[in-house]
Design a protein around this ligand. Sequence first.
Ligand SMILES: Nc1ncnc2c1ncn2[C@@H]1O[C@H](COP(=O)(O)OP(=O)(O)OP(=O)(O)O)[C@@H](O)[C@H]1O
Ligand SMILES: [Mg+2]
Length: 374
Amino acid sequence: MTASTELAPADGVPAVLRPHAEVAFAAELEALEAFDAEEGRPRPPRWRLSPWSVVTYLVGGTLADGTVVSAKYIGSRRLMEVAVATLTTDRALLLLGLPGTAKSWVSEHLAAAVSGDSTLLVQGTSGTAEESIRYGWNYARLLAEGPTPEALVPSPVMVGMERGALTRVEELTRIPSDVQDALITVLSEKVLPVPELGREVAARPGFNVIATANDRDKGVNDLSSALRRRFNTVVLPLPTDVEDEVRIVTTRVADLTASLSLPPVSTAAEEIERVVTVFRELRAGVTADGRTAVRSPTATLSAAEAISVVTNGIALAAHFGDGVLRPADVASGIVGAVVKDPVADAQAWQEYLDVVVRERPGWGAFYEACRDST
Ligand SMILES: Nc1ncnc2c1ncn2[C@@H]1O[C@H](COP(=O)(O)OP(=O)(O)OP(=O)(O)O)[C@@H](O)[C@H]1O
Ligand SMILES: [Mg+2]
């Protein structure tokens, strides 16, 4: 193993802050691979696992031999089945949803489970150029040798086609429309012409594309209908109930604090539930009991924000507190996450504090802590 993929060297400090999914979960992937072989489950060409095992890798489960597969995606199994089934067809997969609904997370784990490699990635931005989807040139070599195969710099899409592997396109709708259109030929013809070399790259079986796009970005660079037709869309929803969301935050916070080697902090459960409740109520515009309307702030308040508020709180408690996560440790993080607009959001937050938080039994210390950090 090279230094960049090594997971846990002798001194217990991880070699990298965030290993790729196929490295972090190598043992689970191997167990599922063995299980597929035993059961004789069919695998699509060049897939590392059977579709059944890919879904089990995503949503978790216990195998016949007792191996426990952790849940990466917490939510509907059916949704993951639809996503995985799409990847076995000639249509690409578009994961759509609000910010923080695990689109990138699911896309990474899908690529790891299907192709054993989640690194073929195009990060979509307004500056993404056609080279990132087709190919570019090493200009020094191009000038010296002219267009040769050695001077060509393939895009992750081209590499995925050659290898028969999944390629990920993050934030598809941020990519300028004319650049997006370069994907149309790839997805419909499954070839990438290289006129300079008088050849084309034909996709091998196993190649497909997983794109992610954000609901909120609608209109930034809308998908053309020609491109949209080449995708099956799976919409990832916000967690339905508070228990699911607490589970998401608890699991991810545990992973993160371990990889950051933060000292242990106890009894985080109560504070996690509180953060999740606050975010859900503000998002929904009504309290959990459905009785009191509250104003929603402009900020995105997803599980992803809750994860970072709790992780920050744990860092505060570990280094500056007494090793116990207290309301004051999460309060400043919550205020920072909620109040993005200094006027409108600050008012909405103040109202929520006065009308909801102050009156809620057991929330006194949290109320004081929030008031002090506003
Ligand atoms: N249903 C879920 N199951 C498991 N983890 C989740 C779920 N929803 C959110 N998360 C966690 O939230 C974090 C953020 O997810 P991610 O970055 O994939 O969101 P995204 O949908 O790509 O957001 P953006 O639109 O901002 O790119 C991840 O750490 C992920 O583990
Ligand atoms: Mg994302």
